[in-house]
Write a protein that binds this ligand. Sequence first.
Ligand code: C2E
Ligand code: MG
Length: 611
Amino acid sequence: MNINQNTSETPTKILVVEDELIAAENIARNLKKLGYEVIGIVDSGEEAIEAATNNHPNLVLMDIMLQGDLDGIEAAGHIRSELKIPVIYMTAYADDDTLGRAKLTEPYGYLVKPFKPQALRTTIEIALQKYQGEQAVELSYIKEIEQVKNQLEGLTNQEELAALTSRIILSDKFAKFVSKIHALKKDFSPTISVICLGINRFKRINDLGYEWGDLLIKSIVKKIQEFIPQNSIIARLNTDELVIILEPINTKSETTVIIENILEQFTQPYVLKQQKFLISANAGISIYPVDGEKLGKLLLKARNAMEYCRIQGDNRYNFYKKEAGKYQSTNTLQLENDLYSALSNKQFKIYYQPIVNLKTGQIVGAEALIRWQTSDGSIILPGHFLPLAEETGLIEAIGEFVLKSACEDVKALQDIGIGKIRVGVNISARQLNQLDLRQRLVKVLLNSGLAPNYVELDINETILMTNETTAIRSLHGLKTLGIQIAIDDFGTGYSSLSYLEKFPIDSIKINQNFIRKIDLNSTNQIITSAIISMAQKLNIRVIAEGVETEEELAFLVKNKCDELQGYVFNRPLPLVEFASLAESLASCPQMINDWINQQKKQVISLTDEQL
Ligand code: C2E
Ligand code: MG
């Protein structure tokens, strides 16, 4: 879009979205007087999107409170994210939740109705200037990215990489193959073969020194290149695994010939520095698109097929078959497979564990905790599958599912009148590293309609510590959305309390190891009360996790911990059960209050010496 249009020849084009006709006409009249071109007046979110899509205005003036299916914020969200057109909100009044949601769409200004022509002009001009500035920055950013990409491409041509494609651009190249296929005519449907080549007993050679291992890989790659089409990709997946992605348009029989040629090479010894090494290999193949459309899935399946033929003997190969999964040599491979189908078969469920305010006794929040309900009805806890999901990258899809479900569920609870509770969602290391995490979050929040201040991201202390600088930057970016941030498992990393100041955080969750039998453990008592008093000084909320006994609870109440989560109050519950609990408590908060007061009577007090 040409934004340089606010000149005498080409006036700035503005779309007015307002459902009060008289107000709309008045605004349009003022706009024209000020020299702008009004390209339309519409009164609903749907029409606003349609008009903006068809006419590409330079700016949209949007009434925040539109009647109808799409309110002003939802329509603006679409216009901002899909059409990249700046939006200014017009509002007579708005509560904090509405303003919180509006902020997510990153508007270019607000006009409080009724407004004077002068205010209208100033707000529009500031918005256009801001937008122009951003466009310039974005252009230079795109240029920079292009440069880095070119450098990466260049790298692969360098000799020292032995023509091995860097893992970073593996998916980029694969995507290019896919688009190549889609650009072809439909009457012939080519495929892409993804081959996982496992080199057996590689460790023996690597044990002689890494240079031996690298030398071997280089000569294997050199041999392979003789048999594969020129534009195919080879990358090293792990120490002893290579992936070969054949240039598209291969038929299965062509792939078979190539694999047989490659494996044939392993029947002869490799000679490195005058020494002979007899090694063997196995290959597994998956095919795009029949075995999957995503590279991650294809790699897993190819590896799966490779592992399967490893059991059958050296220098064999296998195309991926569903049944192969049943004969896996390790449980891990089986689990990898099952995890993939669990997501598409909707076997992941979210449980909610209440978080209770210790002063009021009310439920103020809930932590969303994932459970895997397998086809036989059994429930698997996250500790058994999340580490593997993190390793394989599936955590990104799982994490997105949890975030989306949690926001939708809590919004649904708010809609049926259950008090305004916040929801804690665990964010994994991989998710925190996603460059577009902030955008994803915005999308989920806008789609669910939940105001951002009800979402708390739980980020593990160790994750924050391992990449402090990036984490600080990323958290500041997330914080501007108006969400809350908690440091999870506090005390398990290198907890120097002083670093709390560096992070933009709202809560810390004390790890359950400190809480366990705290009434009997004076060291943990000292640590916990120090954490509480330090956090209070920094205006950070403290949540004690894993509170199981009344004695532990009593200590926390006495030491003015803000909130607790634990079996003493409730285990994680399915949404419906959580809802009925939250509802009964909301109508009778006195219930918990009495109970807590009763506990206070038996409180264990810390003496000054102990502190
Ligand atoms: P976490 O974030 O520290 O969550 C608290 C864990 O403590 C939960 O275990 C909860 O069931 C358990 N817990 C709560 N109260 C008590 C208690 O009084 N006693 C004992 N012994 N345990 C209690 P869970 O659900 O098994 O989750 C374990 C971990 O898995 C979580 O630890 C979190 O790090 C991770 N996790 C769970 N759901 C997700 C998710 O959706 N995404 C990600 N990335 N991680 C998740
Ligand atoms: Mg947590």
